[in-house]
Design a protein around this ligand. Structure first.
Ligand SMILES: Cc1cc2nc3c(=O)[nH]c(=O)nc-3n(C[C@H](O)[C@H](O)[C@H](O)COP(=O)(O)O)c2cc1C
Length: 194
């Protein structure tokens, strides 16, 4: 197989779930957000919005609202792990954002068919850009699950995320505080028809 810098970055990226307290630089954040908006989008819609939160009090307040939201939350499907996370969220010290210094929320128009696809591609750009800058990152699903929670949405509106947007996904970024081993890739997930 070929190898080059981009392919090496793809292979080296891991989901980081422990971070140091050090904040990323303004230039690093700008670079990540710029990588996001250069992702492809269906019909070149670019209807996404990326909201980066670095203010610790805002993250802590959002975390309390997430915990409160999960208290009342009833999963609408049997996606593995939803019930465990609901239960986990009520434990002492739970932080949905992994105590990362930076959280980036990707929102989009709710009635736009490619909302999730566009935001997911943008997030992968953020993850790969972070890896290339020596930063750790992780996908965070909790805000998507709580996208209709009144308390969470009211605060996200205060932070400037339009009420009419749906919360598609989020990424945390920072300096990695622990090694993340690579989970083995499942066999037999590729087919080639020649
Ligand atoms: C749609 C999606 C949702 C995810 N949600 C979370 C999450 O909420 N919290 C988390 O720690 N990791 C989350 N992940 C990260 C996966 O657990 C991770 O990608 C997987 O275990 C493989 O590890 P790797 O990213 O290091 O290759 C999510 C990944 C995807 C694609």
């Amino acid at each position: 197989m070929f190898n080059n810098e981009v392919l090496a970055c793809i292979h080296a990226r891991r989901s980081t779930r422990r971070f140091t307290e050090q904040q990323i630089s303004a230039e690093q954040l700008d670079t990540l957000l710029d990588a996001a908006i250069w992702a492809p989008s269906g019909g070149n819609h670019q209807s996404w919005l990326f909201t980066a939160i670095q203010k610790k009090e805002a993250l802590l307040h959002l975390n309390e609202l997430v915990r409160e939201g999960f208290r009342h939350w009833l999963p609408d499907d049997d996606y593995p792990g939803k019930l465990a996370i609901k239960e986990h969220s009520q434990r002492e010290g739970y932080t949905f954002y992994r105590e990362a210094p930076t959280l980036i929320i990707a929102s989009n128009l709710p009635d736009y068919e490619n909302a999730m696809a566009d935001c997911s591609l943008a997030l992968q750009n953020i993850f790969l850009a972070a890896q290339s800058l020596g930063l750790g990152s992780c996908y965070i699903n909790q805000l998507h699950w709580l996208r209709d929670d009144a308390g969470v949405r009211a605060y996200l509106s205060e932070l400037g995320i339009p009420r009419e947007h749906t919360i598609c996904s989020a990424a945390v970024v920072g300096f990695s505080g622990a090694e993340s081993p690579a989970p083995a890739r499942k066999p037999d997930t590729i087919r080639i028809i020649r």
